[in-house]
Write a protein that binds this ligand. Structure first.
Ligand SMILES: [Zn+2]
Length: 153
């Protein structure tokens, strides 16, 4: 019988978690329930061992801020910064820390064979789209890296 479990590891301490491989049905237990059970176990581990870790604090802070509405400008600023920082952290790592640098775009545009003026126009357009999607560049005010420490007190 093939091994149908996968071992997942906590990135913070190496603790291992067994989970049933996705796509392998267990009679009487829907896959969603298996995933909920798995995530519940990981959550218990994180809550008991790593609550003070900055990465976890940032994620929890984002989740909390996303659940409230507030007229308080300080809270709104914190929400804006948390959303921006989360957006930056969720860009696919395959694109690297600075996705689509100018040199790569210029090389790709040069390959099209446009006149110099047209190529410059396309470059401006493409970099504006890149910067808007990645929330970077001169048109975007830089959000502050503001750690949100979560405390129940
Ligand atoms: Zn751990």
């Amino acid at each position: 019988m093939p091994d149908i479990t996968h071992i997942s590891k906590c990135r913070l301490c190496g603790q291992q978690f067994k989970a049933i491989a996705q796509g392998v049905p267990i009679i009487g237990e829907p896959q969603e329930k298996q995933m909920v059970k798995f995530l519940g176990g990981v959550f218990q581990h994180l809550a008991s061992k790593h609550m003070a870790h900055p990465q976890l604090q940032e994620l929890i802070g984002f989740a909390i801020l996303a659940c409230i509405e507030s007229p308080d400008p300080a809270v709104q600023e914190a929400q804006k910064n948390a959303r921006h920082n989360m957006h930056r952290r969720t860009v696919d790592p395959k694109w690297g820390p600075q996705p689509f640098p100018d040199e790569v775009l210029q090389h790709a545009i040069a390959g099209i064979g446009l006149e110099t003026e047209q190529a410059a126009h396309v470059m401006r357009l493409v970099t504006e789209v890149r910067d808007a999607l990645l929330e970077q560049g001169p048109a975007v005010a830089q959000a502050t890296e503001m750690p949100v420490m979560v405390s129940s007190e």
